[in-house]
Design a protein around this ligand. Structure first.
Ligand SMILES: O=P(O)(O)OC[C@@H](O)[C@@H](O)c1c[nH]c2ccccc12
Length: 265
């Protein structure tokens, strides 16, 4: 994602939030969020798998701005069951429509088809989106440091936590790490390190490996993007990283369950 595309996405998000605010008041969305059954415990499920090996957040992603359509035959409930039987700890579902061909209903379908906790993967910049996430059943949300000030990250993380959701806070460089550390957010969130370069779209697993020594000990790191084969997983576990977010390499296989089992072998 180039900086420009991130800015374009955020402009669309602002329009979507305006439209969302016309459909629902803050109080009514909060009410819908409160009506949901309790969240499934995203970070706990991930840690449980990581304690015995490797915890994978398997992603349901139909398309992306850099790759276009990733999977034509796309059925979120089937994919969720595949991922669960392949040993995923949690799911991530893209809900952005314009750039990733996602939908909120895909999250509802995926979550309804399995027992796994589900992260809403979207570009969250407003509390309304966080209420909406809980109202559709999300157990966790993503916050992207490149899209937010430290103050916004703190406010949105607090809002999610208050609703019982876990937060995956994503960084991709040292400046963003410093912002997250300065804001005192590390103890309260999972830390995602995105291996994708926002300018070139390329992925480099060294992004995670290079940032690791700068983290406080015992940080729960999730390495994100560009994990394709078992050797990538091995490289990360050798460095002490036991949590993974994997999308494209699983979505491209006819059996995502078999692909996940191979990745974990
Ligand atoms: O498909 P990959 O390379 O396995 O990556 C998954 C995930 O990390 C990626 O989809 C992602 C990471 N951060 C994001 C932020 C927005 C949209 C998408 C993403």
């Amino acid at each position: 994602m180039s900086e420009d595309i991130l800015q374009r996405i955020l402009a669309v998000k602002r329009e979507e939030i305006t439209a969302l605010a016309k459909r629902h008041s803050r109080a009514s969305l909060h009410g819908l969020a409160d009506e949901q059954a309790a969240p499934r415990g995203f970070a706990a499920a991930l840690s449980k798998k990581a304690a015995h090996g490797v915890g994978v957040i398997a992603e349901i992603k139909r398309a992306s701005p850099s790759k276009g359509l990733i999977r034509a035959d796309f059925e979120p409930s089937w994919l969720a069951r595949e991922y669960q039987s392949g040993g995923a700890a949690c799911l991530s579902v893209l809900t952005d429509e314009r750039f990733f061909q996602g939908a909120t209903v895909y999250l509802e379908q995926a979550r309804g088809a399995c027992d796994l906790p589900v992260l809403r993967k979207d570009f969250m910049i407003d509390e309304l989106q966080i209420y909406e996430a809980r109202a559709i059943g999300a157990d966790a949300i993503l916050l992207i440091a490149a899209a937010l000030s430290a103050g916004q990250m703190g406010e949105l993380a607090a809002c999610a936590t208050e609703l019982g959701m876990d937060v995956l806070l994503e960084i991709h460089d040292r400046e963003e790490l410093d912002a997250v550390l300065d804001a005192g957010l590390l103890g309260r969130c999972l830390l995602g390190i995105n291996n994708r370069n926002l300018r070139t779209f390329g992925t480099r697993l060294e992004t995670t490996l290079e940032l690791l020594p700068l983290l406080p000990e015992a940080t729960d790191v999730v390495t994100e993007s560009g994990i394709g084969v078992a050797a990538d997983v091995k490289r990360m576990t050798d460095a002490g990283v036991r949590r993974f977010l994997v999308g494209e390499s699983l979505m491209r296989q006819s059996s995502p369950a078999a692909a996940l089992l191979r990745l974990l072998a």
